[in-house]
Design a protein around this ligand. Structure first.
Ligand SMILES: [Zn+2]
Length: 135
């Protein structure tokens, strides 16, 4: 039997998913108590990852993060070669949250937040990677 979601038009799925997981969340839903320290801690983890690509793999739970990166509602964090993601909402296709970039980093179209050097992103794995859809 085909999964139910394949029977519904894609736009319907997106709306359904958006309402189900609260994906109306936006930059103002990201709360960072000490943004300067969060950026410092994130860039340290990115540096560690660049030095050893096996250092930070898979999902990182809040408890395993430096305190400054334990943002309210955090699902998990991920460290990549030029950025760190703080995932605050997700479903099998979409994840959204805060993002801290290393310097330098690739071009992106993440949204500004009220915190310097902390951006807001969404990623949908149904679409190819592009500057506005980075995993
Ligand atoms: Zn990422």
């Amino acid at each position: 039997m085909r999964p139910v979601h394949r029977l519904i038009p894609r736009v319907g799925v997106v709306l359904l998913v958006a309402s189900a997981c609260g994906a109306a969340k936006g930059p103002n839903d990201l709360v960072v108590a000490d943004p300067a320290e969060a950026v410092r801690a994130a860039r340290k983890m990115i540096d560690e990852q660049r030095a050893d690509s096996t250092k930070h793999t898979d999902w990182i739970s809040a408890e395993a993060l430096p305190p400054s990166l334990r943002v309210p509602g955090l699902h998990h964090a991920s460290v990549h070669e030029d950025h760190l993601d703080l995932v605050i909402d997700r479903n099998p296709d979409i994840e959204i949250g805060g993002r801290i970039w290393a310097t330098p980093h690739r071009p992106h179209q993440d949204q500004a937040t009220k915190y310097p050097d902390i951006l807001f992103y969404s990623y949908n794995n149904d679409f190819p990677e592009s500057p506005d859809n980075i995993h």
